[in-house]
Design a protein around this ligand. Sequence first.
Ligand code: GDP
Ligand code: MG
Length: 136
Amino acid sequence: MTQRTLVLIKPDAVRRGLVGNVLSRFEAKGLTIVAMEHRHIDAAQAEAHYAEHVERDFYPPLRTFVTSGPLVALVLEGDEAIEVVRLVNGATDGRKAAPGTIRGDLSLSNRENLVHGSDSPESAEREIALWFPSLD
Ligand code: GDP
Ligand code: MG
C-alpha cells in the first residue's frame, strides 16, 4: 500500500554535513521525495510536532536541540513508507540502533539521532498537515 510519511533531517545532520548521505539512503531504498524544505523552526513548531512528548523529562533538551539550527523537512512516498522509513532510520538510541541503519551507522546519541519518521498513519497525516499544509 502506497503511503506518505513525514521525515525530518534534524539539525545535527545539517551541522555534520550528512543531509546528502541521509537523503541518498531514502532515495536508494526506492522512496520518492514529494515535498522538501529547509527550515529553522521555533519553539511553537517544536511543541506542535512533538505534542505527544511535551510533558516528558527529555522534552526541554529535545526542544533546544530541534530549534538549535536549520533542519530539512520532507515528505516521502512509497510502498509501506511509514514502516520502511522507521526501519531505515533505526532504533531511537543511536548507540543501540543496528548497523546499516542511519542512526546505527551515524549516531552515538539518544537525542542527536539525525532523523525523525512518523510512527503511524495517524501521525503521518497529522505531521504532514502540520509541516506542509498546502501539499495535495
Ligand atoms: P523516535 O520516534 O524514534 O524519534 O523517538 P521518540 O518519538 O520516542 O522521541 C522523539 C525524539 O526525542 C527522539 O528521536 C530523540 O531525539 C529524543 N529522545 C527520545 N527519548 C529520549 C531520551 O530518553 N533521552 C533523550 N535525551 N532524548 C530522547
Ligand atoms: Mg517518535
